[in-house]
Design a protein around this ligand. Structure first.
Ligand code: NOJ
Length: 767
């Protein structure tokens, strides 16, 4: 063995012992050992081998599972690829890892990435549905279990969480994030990073069940104009910093290992070429030490964006901006070596990118043991393991939001002799799983009608009728639906969107119910009402929907998003009262598409809507208010809020404030309430939102139980970006709101005294 290679093996051995000896507080990502190891390998690498580490290739699907692309194995042998996307399976990834670590010159192990967004084989609710739980511990736990299952299948890296704030539900990817609110977004971002990586600040990395996590899509991908996916983003710097950037920063603070650039441009600068976003903000301002990956083909797309003439130029822009790994379009592989040799790209830039890749591999312990993710026994043990299915059920229950329940229509009696389950999604396993189901299998999902059958048992007659297709206009099934209603004691209507009507490339120009579903619903509701039969609408969808007629006519509405494998069981538990729903909306529901963008934390304008004054901010043909506000959700019990109080009526800028409220369960059964705290800075140097969420807590209360819920809010909650874009706390009066949703709150005031406190200097100037 050549002496240089002996050295690598030695360094690798040091890496292994260091890993074992690590104190729990250190992140292996940033350790000095990782850096030393990376340097020692870097010195041995040819330029082509270096660029190989920056090259990520997609796998290709075959009947036996995702395999390496044609020619992939040869590329591993020659060191031309450093990671794969979409390849999994303990045995198969081991085979590829063996090629890398036995047959390539430098024996550098591979990374295997996959979009493990809301589960791997066990599927949890879509992120929007998980956010509706307002339960970060639950969300962290789902991510933890997803990591355990995915790593058992050879995956080392997930491209999640997606934390793009979305105020426009036409944008299909709203389903993949936590919705419209920056605070909820930051809490959920950090929870998912900790869950995937097995601890805070990267300290869990190095365990064989910890996944590298990726925060995406950096930045402001959710601001796509017109809600059209991949579209340009036009935002003020203020809104970018106030609303869109905080969740990415929260992920960085939680120790996320990697960041994915977004497809969009912001104000004419595509993210894949933005030295400002990656250099000035991510690295310099936030201190991010991990790796940046392109989105699929994002570097090559600098050509159609109109900032690069050809692939060579696109690659130069990408590496200069700070994109380390090129996902899938081989721009770096094809052109970076020439750019370095002709002096257009400094070698040092390539070296830094490669070092970051090697550090990730070290952090996972792959130099110590490249096969630690390739254990077929673990794969068998964890796939659809019972504890995972149990937790997925609980996550599904917690994500359900009860939107309406007139005259206590719900819960339904369990001793029903017959029930009609009507609608195109009632038996759709793919819809239960949602749009990023990794290796999830529709046949392993419990549909709503299957869940109802199981809950009612063999003695009840459950009749399933489609009634209408999901998204084509067709009323021929209405007659059958009416006759099913006539024959049943109760009716459940399952309506909404197919799994692939949200997610990537799935924007809709209208957020109303597609096809003939609204008319089907109104027909069925009318038929049920005339027979005096209870009727409940269960919605399955990946965005907020405009459903005013349903809200007017349906006695009960349950929002169930796409809840994963256990969808139907969770819904049945709610329908028959085995679980009392407590989720809340993480997005505003509009009355019509034309109201978009409609979000609760808007600024006030100089002419806030006033019903008595025509010359105020509103519509002629619709109210300006939402159908359901952010944070809304009912329960089978009721809660009363009282005694909102503060630790002090005045605090000095920089101090914390303690806010307490008594919440009483005033109904007759136990239930969950999400207590929400909002702030408003009424007079400031810049116009601030009418209300911003600053804290929340989901609590479970027994009948008649009163709980004092206490929040401590720090200086950051009172801060804003002033006219110079400094982050400051300004003296003045703040309104403190506490309540059950963003609209239904009690309020009091606190005065901030003293001088303006600067928490952070001016943001780097956009360039
Ligand atoms: C494109 C998507 O935008 C991104 O979210 C995903 O991680 C990659 N494709 C890889 O599948």
């Amino acid at each position: 063995m050549p002496s240089q290679l002996t050295r690598i093996v030695c360094v690798a051995a040091i890496g292994a012992s260091t890993l074992n000896a690590q104190t729990p507080r250190q992140s292996p990502l940033t350790s000095a050992r990782a850096s030393q190891l990376a340097d020692s390998i870097l010195r041995l690498m040819t330029l082509e081998e270096k660029i190989g580490q920056l090259n990520q290739l997609p796998g290709r699907g075959t009947q036996t599972g995702p395999r390496a692309p044609t020619g992939g194995e040869a590329m591993i042998r020659t060191g031309r690829v450093g990671s794969f996307l979409g390849i999994f399976g303990a045995d198969y990834t081991r085979e590829l890892q063996q090629i890398a670590t036995r047959e390539s010159r430098l024996r550098i192990p591979l990374l295997f990435g996959l979009d493990v967004i809301h589960g791997f084989r066990t599927i949890y609710p879509i992120p929007l549905g998980e956010a509706a739980s307002f339960d970060p511990a639950r969300v962290e736990f789902s991510a933890r279990q997803a990591a355990i299952e995915a790593t058992a299948h050879g995956i080392t890296w997930t491209f999640a969480p997606m934390v793009d704030i979305a105020r426009d539900p036409r944008w299909g990817r709203i389903s993949e994030g936590a919705g419209e609110d920056p605070y909820l977004g930051t809490v959920m971002a950090a929870a998912q990073v900790r869950g995937f990586q097995g601890g805070d600040k990267g300290t869990g990395l190095g365990a064989p069940d910890a996944l590298l996590s990726t925060v995406k899509h950096y930045a402001a991908y959710g601001g796509a104009e017109g809600g059209r996916d991949y579209n340009s983003v036009e935002l003020s710097e203020r809104t970018l910093w106030e609303t869109y950037l905080p969740p990415y920063q929260a992920a960085v603070n939680a120790g996320v290992a990697t960041v994915m650039a977004s497809f969009n441009d912001i104000g004419g600068i595509p993210a894949h070429s933005s030295e400002w976003l990656i250099g000035d903000v991510l690295r310099d301002r936030w201190g991010f030490k991990g790796l940046v990956i392109s989105d699929w083909g994002g570097i090559g797309e600098l050509i159609p964006h109109g900032v690069a003439a050809n692939k060579g130029d696109a690659g130069i822009l990408g590496i200069r901006a700070g994109i380390d790994i090129d996902m899938s379009d081989a721009v770096y592989a094809d052109s970076l070596a020439a750019a370095v040799r002709t002096g257009r790209v400094p070698l040092a830039l390539v070296d830094s990118a490669v070092k970051r890749v090697l550090r990730l591999k070290y952090a996972l312990g792959l130099f110590a043991d490249p096969y630690r993710f390739n254990d077929a026994a673990r794969e068998r043990l964890y796939t659809l393991a019972q504890p995972h299915l149990d937790a997925a059920l609980q996550a599904a229950r917690e994500g359900i939001v009860l939107l309406k329940n007139a005259n206590r229509t719900l819960p339904l009696r369990k001793n029903l002799g017959s029930i009609a389950v009507i609608g195109p999604l009632a038996d759709d396993g793919a819809a239960a799983l949602g749009n990023w189901a990794a290796d999830g299998r529709p046949e392993e999902a419990i549909t709503v009608s299957a869940g109802i059958r199981k809950a009612l048992g063999a003695s009840a007659r459950v009749v399933n009728v489609r009634g209408a297709p999901v998204d084509t206009v067709d009323t021929t099934g209405f007659a059958m639906a009416r006759s099913a209603v006539a024959d049943a004691e109760a009716v459940v209507l399952v309506l909404g969107e197919r799994h692939n009507m949200s997610g990537e490339a799935s924007s809709r120009a209208s957020v109303e119910l597609p096809g003939s579903q609204r008319d089907l619903a109104l027909t069925v509701i009318r038929a049920a009402a005339s027979g005096n039969k209870p009727v409940v609408v269960v919605l399955m969808n990946g965005r907020s929907l405009a459903i005013p007629e349903l809200v007017r006519d349906a006695p009960a509405i349950v929002e169930s998003w796409f809840l994963g494998n256990q969808h139907g069981r969770a819904v049945a538990d709610v329908l028959f009262g085995d679980y009392n729903p407590g989720g809340k909306l993480p997005v505003t529901f509009p009355r019509a598409t034309g109201q978009i963008q409609l979000y609760y934390n808007h600024r006030n304008t100089g002419r806030p809507a006033d019903p008595a004054n025509g010359y105020t901010s509103k519509y002629l043909d619709l109210p300006w208010t939402p159908l359901f506000p952010f944070g809304y959700g009912l329960s089978y019990t009721t809660f009363a809020y009282s005694s909102l109080r503060l630790s002090a009526p005045k605090i000095v800028a920089g101090d914390s404030l303690t806010v307490s409220v008594d919440v009483k369960n005033t109904g007759d059964r136990a239930g969950d309430e999400v207590v929400q705290l909002y702030l408003r800075d009424s007079v400031a140097s810049v116009a601030e939102p009418v209300k911003s969420l600053k804290a929340f807590r989901r609590v479970t209360l027994q009948p008649a139980e009163t709980r004092t819920v206490t929040f401590r809010i720090g200086a950051d909650a009172f801060s804003l970006y002033d006219r110079r874009m400094r982050k400051v706390v300004e003296p003045g009066m703040f309104t403190v709101f506490v309540g059950t949703n963003s609209d239904d709150v009690a309020s009091t005031h606190v005065q901030i005294t003293g001088d303006t406190l600067v928490l952070a200097p001016a943001t780097p100037r956009f360039r």
